[in-house]
Write a protein that binds this ligand. Sequence first.
Ligand SMILES: Cc1cc2nc3c(=O)[nH]c(=O)nc-3n(C[C@H](O)[C@H](O)[C@H](O)COP(=O)(O)OP(=O)(O)OC[C@H]3O[C@@H](n4cnc5c(N)ncnc54)[C@H](O)[C@@H]3O)c2cc1C
Length: 500
Amino acid sequence: MKKYDDIVVGSGISGLTIALLLGMNGRSVLLLEKNSRIGGSLARFYKQGIPFDTGFHFTGGFYKNGILHDMLTVLGIHDYIRPIYIAQDKNNRFIFEKEQAVFNLPVGYQAIVSKFKDYFPSGTTAIDRYFDMVRDVCFKTVSMDLRNITLSPTVIDEDYISLDKVLNSLTDNRLLKGLLSGFCMCHGVKPAEISFANHSRVSYDLYKSMSRVKDGGDAFIKAFKERFAEFDINVMCGSFIKECIDIKNDQVGRFVLNNGDEISCKHCIFTIHPQEILKILPQKHLSKAFIERVKSFEPSAGFFSVYGIVESDNAFDTVEPTTLSLFPTADINLLIDPYNPGPPAMVIMQNTETINAKSYMVLNALEVSFPEHVEDWKNSKPDKRPDGYMKYKQERINNISKRVINIYPKYCDSFNVVAAASILTFRDYLHSPHGSAYGIKQKIGQFNLFGKLPLRNVYAAGQSSVLPGLVGAMMSSFIVGRAVIGKNDYNHFIGRELDS
Ligand SMILES: Cc1cc2nc3c(=O)[nH]c(=O)nc-3n(C[C@H](O)[C@H](O)[C@H](O)COP(=O)(O)OP(=O)(O)OC[C@H]3O[C@@H](n4cnc5c(N)ncnc54)[C@H](O)[C@@H]3O)c2cc1C
């Protein structure tokens, strides 16, 4: 039997973060990943030698003393990650098709508030109030400060009121409400279902700064790999826990892996989907209420993703990264509903990748999608999908391509689709039960799976815990890391790394 201080399950950004945090604190760590390579949603894939992003395109939080900046600094990987800022208004565009309105939004808190007021001169009071409330939420949220984070729930009033309710109390202007809900695409939950607090926590950093990263998620993976080599961190790909045995006093004695190895450890931290954790834990040690709670979690929205390149005879000069959100209507509740009868919301991202001194313009179009859209083929496996699914996939590719060309007619002859991924593709590649983009829906009043589980040496972290996205997933790992390392050692470590 092998012994480690800690096992970490899942090697997306959450698993990578907590593995490094624990390793840096002198612990021996075994990181288990079901796939043949690490990185989860971060890992890029390559077609014709050109990299495409799986589940990480842009983020906020890189500004000095921002939470992402601090987390990367503490982990010692800040200098490995090079942000490419989306700096100009025209590169962050929102189009509302039915209302025939186009908004170019700057980044920077004051700049964005002013721009909103230019667009909606009669809504200045509502705009001031909204942005003040967003900032207040983030100041009051202790987990947004690495020195103060804690597993104890620190709930504030805004956790109990929906984004929808707040917006309705501020204004009757549908378009203004639609634009203020624009970053719902970054958590995948309707304004009527997300708390104002969680919408604010996701949006605040994006209002302050938005950036891609040079080499995308692969830059993070490379940085973590290099840092892992400096500590006692062992990575096993193609591996997962098959069984938990030798359970005494609600503690798992041994974890049996798929290759038959038995491992004992002080803590096991799952960073995978809560319903996948449920499949691994022995049911007789869990209460009915716990099982029902985890089963009841619903998936966030997901995406149908089309990846293409824009061909050119001339090597492109570097094209600045752009994000364009295309909303068929300002009713964001309808756009994030699986049964929306109209066209889906779509986000189109463009960036340049340079390979062997040649530049390629990469275009990725993501249309909102739900498990309900692929219900008929949910039992199918990759490479063995039925004809009906293949037809569905091709129709969606054609439709998305048409919408892209409609927005960018100049790409009519030069846009070529090279790959596409449906909700089922994401589900099967990421071993996530529904293929949603952000794990479970962050529903108002819901008590997510986070921290210590009913088996006392088993913990949950990951994107479904506190907040989705790169930043939220990393935050969950810092919070659980603090519980595992111990408050005093954690505080000493954070202080040392941030102040050095
Ligand atoms: C299409 C798409 C676009 C997105 N765009 C952005 C974006 O631009 N910005 C942003 O911040 N966020 C974005 N997200 C969300 C972001 O990718 C996630 O919130 C974040 O990466 C989740 O990290 P994670 O480590 O919690 O989970 P994951 O990245 O899903 O990692 C979980 C890992 O666990 C592994 N695993 C699963 N089960 C087991 C098991 N039993 N044993 C061992 N290993 C297992 C999986 O193979 C996977 O590697 C996007 C997501 C999608 C799908």
